[in-house]
Design a protein around this ligand. Structure first.
Ligand code: URA
Length: 434
């Protein structure tokens, strides 16, 4: 078998066999297939798709590229959540401690930013010292002792996904249903969670721009979870405008901290409560939605969720001084409040443009392995449907370079589309796939 034949077969729209997929993934993971061939293959998959059988084979081949964790060694039931990627999506930072504080252990392996979407690992590393590289033994021990872990993929877990993920980020091959489904589910299966809540984003700032694709992706991932013997629920959530206000690593950590203290943007808090409730039901801690909502609200209101987040930071060697006083977190040098150029209703706040602008500011990567700037980003002050007077604050730009600041200001102004007549607010969720 040769890599070239497999690339050509996919280029010519044929279905790959399980053996071919296993060969390609195994040899990419061990370095025998170079990045340039994997890029060509990923582009062929993006353009020509994969059948559900190929996607399942791909997921299992990625799982088989490394070890799998058996969380049952540490806890009877562990839940996890995973978002397919969005703009301003700092949900994990709130939902994980919240669910863990309700008595359900959460062991999560997160990813870095991908294209215009942010990644939880990049965000949490805004906290100096926070260690994301845990060994499997450390992961299991912390899950048992703290009930909460937030780690990167270890070199041993789904290593083929780690490599492919970074490659897709910089080769225009992110937006593919089989590549996203296999990437997400391989991590979840290898990571050992017994139950998984999938947050499938749809809209301008998501990798799925239409609802039909989002439902296809959601259903495929739930089916793969069931095949692997895991419980799963997928929520389809809106990602046309940024979630919450903050976009950019340290800014998002600050917003998550505000939310854990009971404040934070209304939409973001409501989104977190919904995801948390589904995790509590799936993990068997709550019998129904009413009970789950009540448990989550109490854990947030009485400070247990915040306390658990603090325990997480301490356990992973983060400096708690930075979360106790978030003003210490990285700050950009150039902070500019940009005012509304006119009065009117906001008809669109284009999450894609905002995510891409955050990358240009330095919050994400344009090349594999690029360093990121934790301080930069954007605070979008409004939501679609809001009415604003001309001259009121529209967004705040956090930059570290004057030329980029000017470019970003213009893109962000262009991302806001106005209407003279009232505009309906966007929903948070479109549906659930059980
Ligand atoms: N999240 C992942 O883990 N992988 C993707 O491909 C997209 C989002």
């Amino acid at each position: 078998m040769r890599a070239l034949e497999i690339i050509e077969k996919k280029r010519d729209k044929h279905e790959l066999s399980q053996a071919e997929i296993e060969f390609f993934i195994q040899n990419y993971a061990n370095g025998d297939i170079p990045d340039y061939q994997a890029s060509a293959w990923a582009m062929a998959v993006l353009l020509n798709g994969m059948s559900p059988q190929e996607t399942t084979d791909l997921t299992l081949a990625i799982v088989a590229s490394g070890e799998t964790i058996n969380l049952s060694q540490s806890v009877p039931v562990a839940v996890d959540k995973h978002s397919t990627g969005g703009v301003g999506d700092k949900t994990t930072l709130v939902v994980e401690p919240l669910v863990s504080a309700c008595g359900l252990p959460v062991g999560k392996m997160s990813g870095r930013g991908l294209g215009f979407s942010g990644g939880t690992l990049d965000k949490i590393e805004s906290i100096p010292g926070f260690r994301i590289n845990l060994t499997t033994e450390e992961f299991l021990l912390q899950l048992e002792q703290v009930g909460l872990v937030l780690a990167g993929q270890t070199a041993d877990l789904a290593p083929a996904d780690g490599k492919l993920y970074a490659l897709r980020d910089v080769t225009g091959t992110v937006q593919s249903i089989p590549l996203i489904a296999s990437s997400v589910m391989s991590k979840k299966i290898a990571g050992g969670a017994h139950a998984i809540v999938l947050d499938v984003k749809v809209g301008l700032g998501a990798f799925m721009s239409n609802k039909e694709d989002a439902y296809t992706l959601a259903k495929l991932m739930v089916d793969i979870a069931h095949l692997a013997g895991r419980k799963a629920v997928a929520l389809i959530s809106d990602m046309n405008q940024p979630l919450g206000h903050a976009v950019g690593n340290a800014l998002e950590v600050k917003e998550a901290i505000q939310t854990l203290h009971g404040g934070g943007p209304k939409d973001f808090k409501a989104h977190c409560m919904e995801v948390a409730a589904h995790m509590l039901i799936l993990g068997g801690v709550a019998a129904n939605k009413v009970e789950a909502d009540m448990l989550a609200s109490e854990a947030l209101a009485d400070g247990r969720a915040w306390k658990r987040f603090r325990e997480l930071v301490i356990a992973q060697h983060g400096d708690v001084a930075y979360i106790d006083n978030p003003a210490l977190l990285p700050q950009a040098e150039l902070i500019e409040i940009v005012l509304a150029p006119r009065s009117g209703y906001l008809k669109e706040i284009n999450a894609r443009i905002i995510g891409e602008t955050a990358v240009i500011l330095g919050a994400g990567r344009t090349k594999k392995g690029d360093p990121i700037d934790h301080a930069v980003g954007i605070e979008v002050h409004h939501k679609v449907g809001d009415y604003l007077e001309s001259g009121s604050p529209l967004f705040t730009l956090h930059a570290n370079d004057r030329a980029i600041q000017a470019e970003a200001r213009q893109s962000l102004l262009d991302a806001h589309i106005w209407s003279d007549t009232p505009v309906r607010a966007l929903p948070l969720f479109y549906g659930v796939i059980e």
